[in-house]
Design a binder for this molecule. Structure first.
Ligand SMILES: [Fe+2]
Ligand SMILES: [Fe+2]
Length: 295
């Protein structure tokens, strides 16, 4: 699975900024625990995805800032084009995940606004205080994290997609596909800007801890709001991440690859397997796109 050192971004790589628009609120109103009727897993996804829009704006800014710092002329043309498409993909993800969070707020989880505000303030702080390359090291690490999640959905825990009701499952498949497509853009840009191994590794350590803390706070809030914060759900939350087939436990070997000095995100290519496994969802996504562009 691993073990192909010095891999490179495929020269014919295509990043497709798909246009989608799903209605989350009406589904949530009928089926609050849309992930197999399980509040812990449903709120895990509700909590995780709520960090994406602000996170993705942070990723776009850091890529733009480093690109501008280097100057487009000092970046290979393919990478410039990939940065442009990466920004378009992330902008669309942000819009959809904002819609998902707004649906949660409409259902009464108004505390989600406060979490978002705090994340926005933290990102503004880091934009002012941290060098663009430092922020890009966090972005490259986050992109490895999201691509690893896609890897997990395809090969290790397909149940996490299969038990999700529509349109959540389509959104997750759509997002997973684009995270795979652009997984190396910020990594390659970081290398182009002469980002070193220690900064790259520090970025991964920081974003992993930061993500786990923010995720837990949100998930705790959502469960508390439903009156479901108790010893049983807390154990289920721990098991979901750290149990035998737990998300973090299964992700760990893949995440740890990032610390190999010769690591490159394209050592694995999940695109074909994703389509093979979730072809039906990809069809819905493509049809959605046609509808949106025809509208
Ligand atoms: Fe994204
Ligand atoms: Fe991404």
């Amino acid at each position: 699975m691993f073990g192909k050192p010095r891999a490179q971004t495929p020269s014919a790589l295509k990043l497709i900024p798909r246009i989608v628009r799903f209605d989350y609120e009406s589904v949530m109103r009928q089926n609050r625990y849309w992930h197999g009727g399980d509040p812990v897993v449903t709120h895990f996804f509700n909590a995780l995805q709520a960090m994406f829009p602000e996170g993705e704006r942070f990723f776009m800014d850091s890529a733009r800032d480093v690109r501008d710092m280097l100057g487009k002329d000092n970046i290979p043309a393919e990478l410039n084009e990939q940065i442009r498409l990466f920004i378009r993909q992330e902008a669309m993800h942000g819009r959809e995940h904002d819609a998902w969070t707004n649906a949660l707020i409409s259902l009464g989880y108004i505390g989600m606004e406060g979490f978002d505000l705090k994340l926005k303030r933290d990102n503004q702080w880091s934009k002012k205080k941290l060098k663009p390359l430092w922020r890009l090291s966090m972005t490259a690490a986050s992109e490895h994290f999201t691509a690893s999640l896609a890897h997990l959905f395809i090969y290790k825990r397909p149940d996490l997609i299969e038990k999700a009701a529509s349109p959540f499952r389509e959104l997750l498949v759509y997002h997973a596909m684009e995270e795979v497509e652009h997984k190396a853009v910020c990594f390659d840009l970081f290398k182009q800007a002469k980002g070193g191994y220690f900064l790259r590794s520090a970025g991964m350590i920081f974003v992993t801890i930061d993500l786990l803390v923010r995720l837990r706070n949100r998930q705790e809030y959502l469960l508390k709001k439903d009156g479901l914060w108790n010893a049983k759900t807390q154990k289920e939350m721990r098991d979901l991440l750290w149990g035998k087939e737990g998300i973090m436990r299964v992700l760990a070997p893949y995440l740890l690859q990032y610390f190999r000095p010769d690591f490159h995100p394209w050592e694995t290519d999940e695109r074909r397997d994703l389509v093979a496994k979730y072809g039906q969802e990809m069809q819905v996504i493509d049809a959605q796109q046609t509808q949106v562009s025809a509208a």
